[in-house]
Design a binder for this molecule. Structure first.
Ligand SMILES: Nc1nc2c(ncn2[C@@H]2O[C@H](COP(=O)(O)OP(=O)(O)O)[C@@H](O)[C@H]2O)c(=O)[nH]1
Ligand SMILES: [Mg+2]
Length: 410
C-alpha cells in the first residue's frame, strides 16, 4: 500500500511539474509579444506613416520644432501636441460673414496644415452680425487652438455723425458709373474703416499682443516650422507683409493730403529713420501709391493701440475719406507703418508663401522652396514684377535681394 501511495504522489508531482512548464512557456511568449508590440509603437511604425515622431526621437525633416506630437486623433484627455519654446500672446484674426464659411474653412485648413497644427494658437472671428451655429461649429472643429466669436459694436460699423450722407451717396453713384472696384459698396467701406481703426480694439482682441490676419480663400504654399510671432518679438518687428503693390489711384485721391496734414499736426509721431522712401519718390511731397497688402498681416496690436496710430486713424476718419472716397485699410496701415515705425520694424516674410486672388508670393530661392516643401510655382511669384513695390522695400532697407530674383522679373 505504501508503495502504491508513493506512486500516486509521484503522478501528482509530475502533473504539477507539467502544468508549471506549460504555464511558463505560454506566459513568457505572450510577454515577448507585448514587448515587440510596444517596440513597434515606440519606433512609430504604428503611428501615421512614421510622420509622428515620439518624444526622444529625431523628428522628421522639416519638423525640427517638434518635441512631442501625437497622431491626429489624440485620445480624449491627452494634452494636444505643442512645439518647443515659449508661447506668444498671439491670435489669428478673421473678419467674416456667415456666408464666407466655406471659403474661410479652406484658409483655416491651410494655416493649420502648414503651421498651426504644431502651435495651436487661438483664432478670433469677428462679424458685424451674429455668427450662426454652423459657422461656429465648423470653424471650431478646424482650428487646433481656442476659437472666439465676437460681434462688432454698431458704432464701429456705421457712418460717423459728421459724414454727409448725400455727399457719400453721390460718390458711390459716381464710382459705380466709373466701374471702380467696390466703388458703390457701403459695406466694403465699413469693412475698410473697421480694419483701419477698430479690429484691434475689439474686446476679444484686448487680451492679445500679436495678431495674424487671415482672409477667406487664401493659400499657404510652404511649411512654417518656426513661430513667426516669436520671430517678430525677438527681432523687434511691429508689422510685416508678403505682397506689396500700387493702390488704385481713384480710391485714395486725397489720402496723402490728409496724411501730410497729420504729419504737420503731429511731428512727434513721425519716427526717425522711417520708410518714407517706400511711400514717396520725392521726399514726401507726393505718394507713389506703394502699399503692403493687408489681407496678410502679422503685427503688433499694442502698436495699433498706441497714441501715434490712433491719432493717425482719428485724423483720417475726421477727413471722411473712408466714405467720400474709398480708402482701403491696406494703404492706411502701410502709410502708418511707413511713417510711425522705424524702417527696421517692418519685416518682409520671404519664407511665408501666400496667395490671395490675384497675386502669389512664392519664395525666391530654390533651396528655401525645397526645404520648406513648397508647392507654389516660382513663375507665379509677384515680388520682382513691375507692379510690385517689394524691390523698393529691399532698396530702402539696403537689403540684398534673394538669389534668383533676376529670373523672375517678367
Ligand atoms: N462681417 C463682414 N465681413 C466682411 C464684409 N465684407 C467683407 N468682409 C470681410 O472682410 C475681408 C475683406 O473682404 P474681401 O471681400 O476679401 O475684400 P478684398 O480682399 O479686398 O477683395 C474678408 O475677410 C471678408 O470676409 C461684411 O460686410 N461683413
Ligand atoms: Mg479678400
Amino acid at each position: 500500500m505504501a508503495s502504491g501511495t508513493a506512486r500516486y504522489l509521484r503522478y501528482i508531482l509530475f502533473a504539477f511539474f507539467g502544468l508549471a512548464v506549460v504555464y511558463f512557456i505560454s506566459s513568457s511568449s505572450s510577454t515577448q509579444r507585448l514587448g515587440n508590440l510596444s517596440e513597434f509603437t515606440k519606433s512609430g511604425i504604428l503611428s501615421q506613416a512614421g510622420k509622428n515622431p515620439q518624444a526622444g526621437q529625431k523628428p522628421a525633416d522639416g519638423d525640427t520644432n517638434l518635441s512631442t506630437e501625437t497622431t491626429p486623433n489624440t485620445p480624449a484627455g491627452l494634452p494636444p501636441a505643442t512645439a518647443d519654446g515659449p508661447r506668444m500672446n498671439a491670435t489669428f484674426v478673421t473678419l467674416a460673414r456667415n456666408s464666407d464659411l466655406w471659403e474661410i474653412a479652406r484658409s483655416i485648413r491651410q494655416v493649420e496644415d502648414r503651421f498651426n497644427r504644431k502651435f495651436h494658437y487661438d483664432w478670433v472671428f469677428l462679424n458685424d452680425k451674429p455668427f450662426d451655429e454652423t459657422f461656429k461649429k465648423v470653424t471650431t472643429s478646424l482650428v487646433s487652438g481656442k476659437t472666439h466669436y465676437g460681434q462688432i459694436p454698431v458704432e464701429h460699423w456705421s457712418f460717423p455723425d459728421h459724414i454727409d450722407q448725400d455727399r457719400a451717396r453721390k460718390v458711390r453713384e459716381d464710382m459705380a458709373q466709373r466701374k471702380i472696384i467696390y466703388g458703390d459698396s457701403v459695406s466694403y467701406r465699413h469693412m475698410c474703416r473697421f480694419e483701419s481703426g477698430f479690429f484691434f480694439r475689439q474686446e476679444l482682441m484686448l487680451n492679445y499682443e500679436w495678431y495674424w490676419r487671415v482672409e477667406p480663400s487664401i493659400e499657404l504654399f510652404c511649411d512654417i516650422d518656426y513661430d513667426p510671432f516669436k520671430f517678430m518679438a525677438d527681432n523687434k518687428k511691429k508689422y510685416s507683409f508678403v505682397l506689396s503693390l500700387y493702390e488704385y489711384v481713384e480710391t485714395i485721391p486725397t489720402l496723402w493730403d490728409s496724411t501730410k496734414k497729420f504729419m504737420k499736426a503731429h511731428p512727434e509721431h513721425i519716427a526717425e529713420g522711417n520708410s518714407m522712401g517706400f511711400l514717396s519718390d520725392d521726399g514726401g511731397e507726393t505718394y507713389n501709391h506703394c502699399h503692403m497688402w493687408s489681407n496678410f498681416e502679422i503685427g503688433n496690436l499694442d502698436w495699433l493701440r498706441s497714441k501715434a496710430y490712433l491719432d493717425y486713424f482719428e485724423a483720417l476718419d475726421q477727413d471722411g475719406g473712408f466714405f467720400y472716397e474709398r480708402w482701403g485699410d491696406a494703404p492706411v496701415h502701410s502709410i502708418a507703418a511707413g511713417l510711425l515705425l522705424k524702417k527696421e520694424e517692418i519685416h518682409f516674410f520671404n519664407d511665408i508663401a501666400y496667395y490671395h486672388v490675384p497675386f502669389t508670393h512664392c519664395p525666391t530661392g530654390e533651396k528655401t522652396r525645397l526645404d520648406l516643401k513648397c508647392h507654389c510655382n516660382p513663375k507665379d511669384n509677384f515680388d520682382w514684377k513691375g507692379y510690385s513695390c517689394t524691390s523698393r522695400f529691399f532698396d530702402i532697407n539696403g537689403l540684398s535681394k534673394p538669389e534668383g530674383y533676376e529670373n523672375q522679373q517678367d
